[in-house]
Write a protein that binds this ligand. Structure first.
Ligand code: KG4
Ligand code: ZN
Length: 355
């Protein structure tokens, strides 16, 4: 089975062709970083307009690179939730028009499920990570989402959210702190680089969601504590002070991500953790997760960076799992800004199940 994936939920216009086994035949990602950089974050209206311009060329390029014609595809998978409404609409409408004109089945895919299954992608010519046995814990940390899931299979009803951020996503916190420090957008990679030469203990910052038994995240207190530090001491004048702020912020953000992922693995007795989302590129997060895994007997898998960030290959792959079961959303496909993944109630977790 060869499936075309289309992804336009945020600020990447992407298309890819992937097999049911996860082999990536093509993977095209047109980033909009240049469009949004001067605003320090994604501007929804500009994102929709850029998707409109880019979506057809990106899809055409993906099918050409896979050396296929449209009528040689077995189906189309498109991100239909969650995301920016205008941005999602562009992908959903384009994919539906294409499916109708070629006569292909189409399925809508939850963007988060794409991230959670991206570990199964196989990029030819790229060293692949190990593949996890089911079930596994997935820590998804990106610019738009930060949550922990227990994955028991590829279908939506086999994936449960164990805890999520109550405010900012981890990547969003990196981006906002970078903006405060005048470091540009996206902030994650810059903070990662500067933190390497900083002293994480040189500055006192709030510890995010220190409560041990919770699997929820919160990054706004940490972000505010960086803002207070800057207000009190001014913007860092010398480079070492800047590096120290980056190191202190990153240490606390990574601490909470690692601690809660390990806790999720232990309380659910699931000995594998898979990282996903753009923040999985963070050097300290990777090292600390590996060290925590070794300490607690947990297998930690970090997919290649290409699979962690937003892409359409993960959407195509998740789509193959629905198409293989005979699903076809032709005529009923709608987009939604919310995820379809249910949250589970945990004892003392304070979070109620949602339909
Ligand atoms: O998954 P992604 O490409 O897009 C979203 O779905 O948001 O993630 C982008 C996010 C941005 O917030 C970016 O700052 C962050 O991932 N990021 C990093 C690093 N590289 C990218 N955060 C921390 N350290 C990094 N090395
Ligand atoms: Zn994403």
């Amino acid at each position: 089975m060869k499936v075309l994936g289309v992804e336009t939920s945020c600020d990447e216009t992407a298309a890819a062709v992937v097999t049911e086994q996860g082999v990536v035949l093509s993977d095209v990602v047109q980033s909009q970083i240049d469009v949004h950089a001067k605003y320090g974050g994604v501007v929804p209206e500009l994102a929709s307009r850029a998707h409109l311009t880019n979506v057809v060329p990106v899809i055409t390029e993906a099918v050409n690179r896979a050396e296929l014609r449209f009528d040689q595809l077995d189906g189309i998978a498109v991100t239909c939730r969650p995301g920016l409404a205008g941005a999602l609409l562009v992908g959903v409408q384009t994919a539906q028009a294409l499916a109708w004109s070629v006569g292909l089945p189409i399925v809508g895919v939850d963007h988060l499920i794409g991230h959670l299954l991206a570990v199964y992608l196989q990029h030819p010519g790229l060293e692949d990570s190990a593949k996890p046995e089911l079930p596994y814990i997935a820590l998804l940390a990106s610019g738009g989402h930060t949550a922990l899931y227990r994955v028991t299979g590829p279908q939506p009803e086999q994936i449960h959210e164990l805890g999520a951020t109550r405010d900012d996503a981890a990547g969003e916190a990196f981006d906002k702190v970078a903006k405060m420090l005048g470091l540009g957008y996206p902030g994650g990679p810059v903070i990662d680089r500067l933190a390497k030469e900083g002293d994480p203990d040189a500055i006192e910052l709030a510890r995010p969601m220190a409560r041990r038994d919770s699997l929820e995240f919160s990054f706004s207190g940490l972000k505010t504590s960086v803002a207070r530090h800057i207000k009190k001491h001014g913007l860092p004048g010398d480079d070492q002070h800047l590096r120290d702020i980056c190191a202190a912020f990153q240490r606390r953000a990574v601490d909470t991500l690692v601690r809660k992922a390990v806790r999720a693995s232990r309380v659910t007795e699931t000995p594998t953790i898979v990282l996903g989302g753009g923040v999985a590129a963070n050097g300290e997060l990777r090292t600390r997760c590996a060290a925590a895994g070794a300490k607690h007997g947990i297998r930690v898998i970090v997919p290649p960076f290409k699979s962690c960030t937003d892409n359409a290959a993960m959407i195509a792959y998740a789509g193959t799992k629905r198409l293989a079961l005979g699903h076809d959303d032709t005529g009923v496909l709608t987009m939604n800004t919310k995820t379809c993944l249910p949250r589970v109630t945990r004892k003392g977790g304070g979070r109620r199940a949602r339909p």
